[in-house]
Design a protein around this ligand. Structure first.
Ligand SMILES: Cc1ncc(COP(=O)(O)O)c(C=O)c1O
Length: 417
């Protein structure tokens, strides 16, 4: 077994930043929170920033000529600057605030898709995608007649890159939309190389960064990503806000998504003209406090250092894979630790994942069970549901031990020997 990493991070101090972690969920059962891929917990720095904003600065943005509105606008736009720096976008105009990853992908499908795709055009997805990167394109297929093609997943839980190259070669592809990191298998897809190949074939590339942006440094310029979608609530920020990054020239040429206040330049009874980026895509009063929280989350993660976060999580995941693979009757899904990030997904004999999750919960261990919004991938894996332990910067090897102990306990309860 590998020795624990000597991390520059003080994990005990980090845990103390997350008030929710210091509780017992059942008498004598401290919370072991292993469900951060669904939604991470929030440090007090984020909670405080949002509280301060509401107690001191709140008003509507962009409109009022009074002190509070100016402060609220500065806070909201300041958060945009932080996100721009965090993902290294060229311009703050390329950072659109939306509700979450799902909405970001829907914006691209509905606006870029309808403006640029015709019946018969090909959009390339993969078999491991989350429903939020499948269904918007299926809607477009129904509405416009776009054809969807899928990059297969290999038995090792990786994208079949030979098949990808062949799909790009076989016929013109307009857009590739693929997840950076799988929420089920943890697979880290070689997104930089995939983007290079897509561009060489004349296709644009959308990166679903829901499971990567919280854990690894994502640089949209280095990747040359055309679009990037992610959610604040998975990266220590609040629910209700996410980001669509798009290259400026693409966003400029796209029609708006929703119509309403703030996204217009002029309105007459005959018609309207659109505001500049990013406001063209931000109709109505935005999620101001949530943007403040996202900005605080970006500050928090940046102060820890994305490389340190990744290294710590790799250590915990590697340890989890080692320990889980010792459990008799347990099947692990996904590639080895070097090719994955953040999650360990498993089944135990033929027990239903919900039953496992329920017994783990009784021990204070929170994991997720089900298809994790990836039904096609589960069909491919040949199981209706899996149990998933997912990790963030606040998790420890000791929590992995608690998980494994709870699984042994579950085996006993189910009479597995
Ligand atoms: C890879 C991936 N994409 C998209 C989503 C959707 O994120 P949200 O529900 O925040 O829109 C998730 C959420 O689990 C995800 O894991």
């Amino acid at each position: 077994m590998k020795q624990p990493l000597k991390s520059p991070l003080d994990i005990d101090a980090i845990r103390a930043d997350f008030p929710i972690l210091a509780q017992e969920v059942h008498p004598g059962k401290p919370l072991v929170f292993l469900d951060s891929a669904a939604s991470s917990q929030k440090p007090r720095q984020v909670i405080e920033a949002m509280r301060r904003y509401y107690e001191h600065d709140h008003a509507n943005v962009h409109r009022g000529i009074h002190v509070l509105s100016e402060r609220a606008t500065a806070a909201y736009e300041g958060a945009r600057d932080k996100v721009q720096a965090f993902i290294n976008a060229r311009s703050r105009r390329e950072v659109i605030f939306v509700r979450n990853t799902t909405e970001a992908i829907n914006v691209v499908a509905a606006t870029w898709g309808r403006a640029n795709l015709r019946a018969g055009d090909v959009v390339l997805l993969s078999e491991m995608e989350h429903h939020s990167n499948l269904v918007p394109w299926q809607l477009l297929a129904e509405q416009v007649g776009v054809r969807l093609r899928y990059i297969p997943v290999t038995g090792a839980g990786l994208l079949d890159l030979d098949a990808y190259a062949a799909l790009l070669r076989d016929e013109p592809v307009k857009l590739v939309s693929v997840m950076h990191v799988s929420n089920v298998l943890g697979t880290v897809n070689p997104i930089a190389e995939m983007i290079r190949q897509a561009h060489a074939a004349g296709a644009l590339f959308l990166v679903d960064g829901a499971q990567s942006v919280p854990h690894v440094a994502v640089d949209v310029q280095a990747l040359d990503a055309d679009f990037l979608a992610f959610s604040a609530h998975k990266m220590a920020g609040p629910t209700g806000i996410g980001v669509l990054y798009g290259k400026r020239e693409l966003l400029e040429a796209m029609p708006p998504y929703m119509g309403g206040g703030d996204m217009i330049r002029t309105v007459t009874l005959e018609g309207s003209t659109w505001n500049d980026l990013p406001y063209k895509f931000e109709a109505g009063t935005p999620a101001i406090a949530q943007a403040v929280g996202l900005g605080a989350a970006v500050d928090y993660l940046t102060a820890l250092g994305m490389e340190n976060i990744l290294a710590h999580e790799q250590d915990v995941v590697e340890y989890a894979l080692e320990r889980l693979s010792e459990v008799p009757g347990l099947t692990l899904y996904g590639p080895p630790a070097e090719q994955r990030n953040g999650v360990a997904t498993f089944t135990l004999r033929d027990l239903h994942a919900h039953d496992i999750a329920q017994l783990l919960d009784a021990e204070g261990v929170a994991v997720r069970a089900g298809h994790h919004c990836a039904m096609p991938l589960h069909r491919k894996l040949g199981v209706p549901a899996t149990a998933r332990a997912s990790f963030y910067v606040y998790n420890t090897r000791a929590e992995v031990d608690a998980l494994v102990e709870a699984i042994y306990n579950a085996r006993k309860v189910f009479g597995l020997v």
